[in-house]
Design a protein around this ligand. Sequence first.
Ligand SMILES: Cc1ncc(COP(=O)(O)O)c(C=O)c1O
Ligand SMILES: N[C@@H](CCCC[NH3+])C(=O)O
Length: 416
Amino acid sequence: MEPFNYRDGVLYAEEVPVPDIVREHGTPAYIYSRAALTTRYRAYDDALSDFPHLVCYAVKANSNIGVLSALARLGAGFDIVSVGELERVLRAGGEPSRVVFSGVGKQAHEMRRALSVGVRCFNVESEAELVLLNDVAGELGTQAPVSIRVNPDVDAGTHPYISTGLRENKFGIAIDDARRVYREAAAMPHLRLDGVDCHIGSQLTSLAPFMDTLDRVLLLVDQLEEDGISLCHIDMGGGLGVVYDQETPPDAGDYMAALRERLGDRALELILEPGRSIAANAGILVTRVDFLKSTEARDFAIIDAAMNDMLRPALYDAWQAIDPVALRDDVEEKDWDLVGPVCETGDFLGKQRRLRLKAGDLLAVRSAGAYGFVMSSNYNSRNRPPEVLVDGDRVHLVRRRETLEDQMGPEWVLPE
Ligand SMILES: Cc1ncc(COP(=O)(O)O)c(C=O)c1O
Ligand SMILES: N[C@@H](CCCC[NH3+])C(=O)O
């Protein structure tokens, strides 16, 4: 389903014209579609309906509490990387027993909180973390459920900044060391070895690296079985790509079918941690053209959204489609550089985009539901934009626009 569609030349979010939302909430603003989140979550869940599984949405992709609560109501699990994400999941009504805790640098206080609410599993990334978790669980008189994140040394074929499963990446324990580390962990009294996990990167557009990874992990599972360590789940992480431009990623159903086939009748529950493939195309960022400025070299449209609102183009040179909110044919088409007000040359959301523009026009940056608002900042002391969740013909403000007061506490001025 395509949640953002034109009707009579105007972009709609589900049943609501985008200009109506802008009238109420201003620009820039993130707009999410509940129906799109639901469809994309269910693509995973339904494909595994007769297979033991848990779909843990990766909270880092979009941690808005409205978004999390929409997913929690579908029965989603969650993949978290900090106690902050855990608290958001709890606030949104998520079930702690469906939460997996990932990340290379968990702190003791985060482990304590996660153990006390009863998360499903800790995805441990180093031997030092195993030791700390064993100590913390011991202090609390409990056993921590553990999976070890293995680094399979598989090339995900994605942007180097978002590739995580190569030997030179900081993530996980090298798969060749994993057997030894599991044996060490098995001797720690406050750990319970439940599973194995991996995550090789983000925005993958082919299944081959996932399948190579699964083969390597299954080999490890068999070796552990010989060592008397019997695991109950395998967590394949997230990483399935989406269409930003001309990519042709496999769909979640085909991916799940391929995993199931390879898993055969092994008694292993399958856990997934999809983020982008659930949230990216469920959101847009709406921005207004403030000024048009043509130089000898370029035509610039200065828009009111900037790299602080949407960092992906500046950080990864990422391309995201940018479309007019209202189609017009009364001005000539030009190749515009869409740049924000921040004082950085890297502050652009799109370059050389062929559009018909006038000052005051609204533009929609597509595929902005994942790694959009969550990566925003106050750079240049800009207030972060509001987030709105559309559900049919209803519009819910799920985070208000920041104010300068949110950025400046009076008590922060130094005393005389
Ligand atoms: C451990 C882990 N799980 C899940 C994800 C979510 O990945 P994606 O948004 O590509 O599905 C990430 C981010 O790449 C991650 O690091
Ligand atoms: N922030 C990245 C994805 C990072 C994945 C997190 N492990 C992006 O926008 O594409």
